[in-house]
Design a protein around this ligand. Structure first.
Ligand code: GLU
Length: 482
């Protein structure tokens, strides 16, 4: 292993930050932090037509949200074009690369035709040995030209830290274009130059890049540069075992933020997509993960993105929060769902803290608050259909009407006194308490289940409870008196 660990994340801005790229960033960062090395951020934005500042910002925001900090960069490849051109020139001077004047559309057509005949197609080096006269003619005509790497005729093998020995025959590697006709380098060339220039010791990236690695190794050799170590991370699959795609749910990291996932939970979950601590720990703090993280524990087989497990893990993190922390995280969601005005949060802080304590166990995501606790904040909530079928009838209306007159008379108002009122009334009427409790819960919360009803009623407040019970009684009467 090289003395200083220097790793990088090299995202191409494509408009969103894929969870797979976030996992790659995380593993590099964990590896750097664990080994007291450096983590470098490099933006691969040479595809100028597809990159924009906004897209780059999405990546930076995603990293910041997860708490992944970088030591150097961001470096932008689009600002380093001269540097790549110098390396290309060196390859040309050394006879390791050559100009190619072929028309890309003609080549694409040939390739397509070969593909249709089910034949392999490789660029046949027809520009490698063109005569000086022919070259002069093409230059005179200003025929667009690219630079191709003259791939040496030797097999490439290397030791991947995750996939072990990898061998690639030279005949499988085509003379790749390294500089486009507009003077912009291609990914493989720019990547090799930067990995060298930035002193990268380990290239840790997703396995879909494994076919690029032999090309990059050949470029390193041709440029007589030291080669980094390689570790190719397993793919992330959807639950149906196909490559993770939109139809499996969200691919963008920030969508998880919007859905109310906590960055620590997301980081914890992503860390386990291909790596494990070697024991049965799952919920682990970032510090713990960082201390335990090691490339040798990365599993070469594909990982499956299990939304339910992520949800479960997020719920664990929410449950472990103090009420104060939860209030802080929950507030933007309360405002977004119209449960409270931003300006009222401070004044109602003590009350919201109690709500946090009451519903914490039931939140898998912060956004669940709208479903789980809406009725604690506002009167316009939906009623459970099955609950209405069971408890919205003449018998329960009669019971609740009688109960309501007792309930309105209570002087003290807290969970205990509410419970006493329910039980005393039930005993007096020789009813089972649940005969009152079930419709009461439905009328006050719209739901058939949830946290303790008496605690809920205390938080909702007496006036609102009375109003809600009366609302249902009146509704029933209106429907049946017509
Ligand atoms: N720009 C490449 C990507 O976003 C980086 C590949 C690499 O890490 O070498 O996939």
């Amino acid at each position: 292993m090289k003395s200083e660990i220097r790793v990088r994340i090299a995202p191409s801005p494509t408009g969103f930050f894929h969870v797979g790229s976030a996992r790659t960033a995380l593993y590099n960062w964990l590896f750097a932090r664990h080994n007291k090395g450096k983590f470098i951020l490099r933006v691969e934005d040479t595809d100028l037509a597809r990159s924009s500042e906004g897209m780059i910002q999405v990546i930076l925001d995603g990293l910041k949200w997860l708490g992944i900090d970088w030591d150097e960069g961001p470096f932008y490849q689009s600002k380093r074009i001269d540097l790549y051109q110098k390396y290309v020139q060196k390859l040309l001077n050394d006879g390791r690369a050559y100009y190619c004047y072929c028309n890309p559309e003609d080549l694409a057509r040939e390739k397509k035709a070969a593909y249709e005949r089910k034949q392999d197609w490789r660029y046949d080096r027809r520009c490698l040995n063109i005569s000086p006269q022919e070259r002069a003619k093409r230059e005179r005509l200003k025929t667009p030209k690219v630079v191709r790497f003259l791939v040496p005729d030797t097999p490439v093998s290397y030791h991947d830290l995750i996939h072990k020995e990898i061998v690639r025959e030279a005949k499988d590697v085509e003379d790749l274009v390294i500089l486009r006709s507009n003077g912009i380098p291609t990914y493989n060339l720019a990547c090799v130059v930067d990995d060298f220039e930035m002193g990268i010791s380990h290239v840790i990236r997703a396995v879909d890049h494994i076919t690029n690695t032999p090309k990059q190794l050949l470029l390193f050799r041709a440029l007589e540069l030291p080669v980094p170590e390689y570790a190719h991370l397993p793919l992330i699959l959807g639950e149906d075992k196909s490559k993770l795609s939109k139809r499996h749910g969200a691919l963008s990291l920030m969508t998880y933020k919007e859905q109310g996932y906590l960055p620590e939970a997301m980081l914890n979950y992503l860390s386990l997509l291909g790596w494990s601590p070697g024991d049965d720990r799952e919920v682990m703090s970032t510090r713990e993960i960082m201390e335990t993280f090691d490339l040798s524990r990365i599993n070469p087989s594909n990982a499956v993105f299990d939304e339910q497990k992520l949800e479960w893990m997020n719920g664990q993190y929410i449950y472990a929060m103090s009420d104060e922390e939860l209030l802080e995280q929950l507030s933007p969601f309360l405002v977004t769902f119209g449960l409270i005005h931003e300006t009222d949060i401070a004044a109602k802080k003590d009350w919201i803290l109690k709500v946090c304590g009451l519903v914490k166990l039931r939140l898998k995501t912060l956004a669940d608050v709208n479903e789980v606790a809406r009725y604690l904040f506002v009167d316009d909530f939906e009623y459970d259909k099955e609950g209405l079928q069971k408890h919205f009838n003449a018998d329960t209306i009669k019971v609740l009407q009688e109960f309501l007159s007792k309930f309105e008379d209570t002087e003290e108002y807290n969970a205990q006194s509410i419970e006493n009122c329910v039980r005393t009334y039930a005993e007096a009427k020789r009813l089972k308490a649940r005969v009152i409790i079930h419709p009461l819960r439905l009328f006050v919360t719209g739901k058939q289940g949830g946290p303790g009803l008496f605690e809920i009623m205390e938080l909702v407040g007496k006036d609102k409870c009375v109003k809600r019970i009366r609302r249902k009684i009146n509704e029933f009467k209106e429907q049946h008196e017509r």
